[in-house]
Design a protein around this ligand. Structure first.
Ligand code: 13P
Length: 378
């Protein structure tokens, strides 16, 4: 039975901001890694995980020339929302001045799912409304909540329990975020780990994403004021064959068309362990196919990026914590954003600005909270 929606006073603002985040030629930089996750990256680049180092790195990411041309939004971690540049300008103001919307990670990380020790659910519903209200006051206009699902065909994963719990959590979060004026990014990340092929990935993604939209419907979430952040449809990282960007693009579009409502303004893919170049090339190919005249490839949403690793890895490598490499690192950050802005329009031609010689950016298993490291909220 339909009783009418009660989204609250933010309804038109949510719709306008979701459209801004989906604006053609722009995407999202996900720089909301928890202290533990960013720390592992800093340490592996030979740096210390201190508040100052985290601030200095993020300052490089946010202050490059003309960044606002390529990014519609940047997602911050709690600490970063309250930080300022070396010169004392709040990051929130630095970004807002460039026309970039500020986002905030509002989940509190992953926990093992009771009775399903290999799977996780996402913590953070307690106190969420108060946190969202406070973040809105600080200048945030959108939010992110990450859930992860693991494919293991032999073990029948993801389990129905894992899908149901995470879909319900995403819907709870989305309705609370909207009530507080934040556009919710809905992120059911299907992890890249696994030995499955692309066809299994597609079946699981369709199942999971459909379950998420069913829960969003039950919670009367205003779809026009949301964004979806899925993984592209790729084979598992241990699948022995290479797949072409054309195949990835075709199966990704097909899966999204089957389960993402047309009312959603944007699908912002995560990079999930793809190399920087692969993330750009796949996004470009998706957008070329979506613009082709083929009826079964027509897409009603903007198809864009909300990348973490694929927009940051070369920046960190170039900087390495040194004063004399800061300008070069800032330039790399803008070049990576620009390459993906072109890819969002299907206009990327290369060469790619990556400075890394790696075939992927997989960081071990990112679906767990490490019990030996309770502060490591992924
Ligand atoms: P990656 O692009 O590195 O997968 O990170 C995106 C993200 O924000 C995951 O939540």
């Amino acid at each position: 039975m339909y009783f009418g929606r009660a989204i609250g006073p933010y309804e038109s603002e949510l719709v306008a901001n979701a459209q801004l985040l989906s604006k053609s030629g722009g995407g999202i930089l996900a720089s909301d890694e928890s202290t533990g996750t960013i720390g592992k990256r800093l340490v592996s680049a030979g740096l210390e995980n201190t508040e100052t180092t985290r601030r200095d790195f993020r300052e490089l990411l946010y202050t490059g020339e003309e960044l606002g041309k390529y990014l519609n939004g940047v997602i911050l971690f709690h600490e970063t929302l309250y930080q300022s540049t070396r010169r004392g300008e709040r990051f929130v103001d630095v970004l807002t001045k460039q026309g970039i919307l500020v986002g905030i990670k509002v989940d509190k990380g992953l926990k093992p799912l009771p009775k399903h020790p290999e799977e996780t659910y996402t913590e953070g519903l307690d106190g969420l409304e108060d946190r969202c209200k406070e973040y809105y006051k600080q200048g945030a206009r959108f939010a992110k909540w990450r859930t992860t699902l693991k494919i293991d065909v032999g073990k029948s994963l993801p389990s129905e329990a894992c899908i149901a719990v995470n879909a319900a959590g995403l819907a709870d979060y989305a309705s609370i975020a909207q009530k507080s004026g934040l556009v919710p990014i809905v992120e059911p990340e299907i992890l890249i780990d696994g030995t499955h092929g692309v066809d299994i990935s597609a079946v699981v993604a369709e199942h999971v994403i459909s379950a998420v939209y069913e829960q969003l419907r039950v919670r009367q979430v205003l779809l026009e004021g949301t964004l979806l952040k899925p993984m592209m449809i790729l084979p598992g990282s241990s699948w022995p064959e290479k797949v072409s960007p054309e195949l990835v693009a075709a199966v990704t579009i097909k899966a999204m068309r089957r389960c993402v409502p047309a009312a959603v303004p944007g699908i912002m893919f995560l990079s999930g362990g793809m190399s920087e170049e692969q993330a750009t090339v796949n996004l470009n190919t998706i957008n070329i196919l979506a613009k082709s005249d083929e009826k079964e490839l027509i897409c009603p949403w903007s198809l864009s990026f909300s990348y973490g690793r694929a927009l940051q890895s070369s920046v960190l490598g170039t900087w390495g914590g040194k004063e004399e490499t800061r300008e070069d690192a800032r330039t790399v950050a803008v070049s990576l954003a620009r390459a993906n802005s072109l890819a969002q329009q299907g206009l990327y031609e290369g060469p790619h600005p990556t400075t890394l010689q790696v075939s992927n950016l997989i960081e071990g298993f990112r679906g767990w909270r490490d019990p030996a490291d309770p502060d490591h909220k992924i």
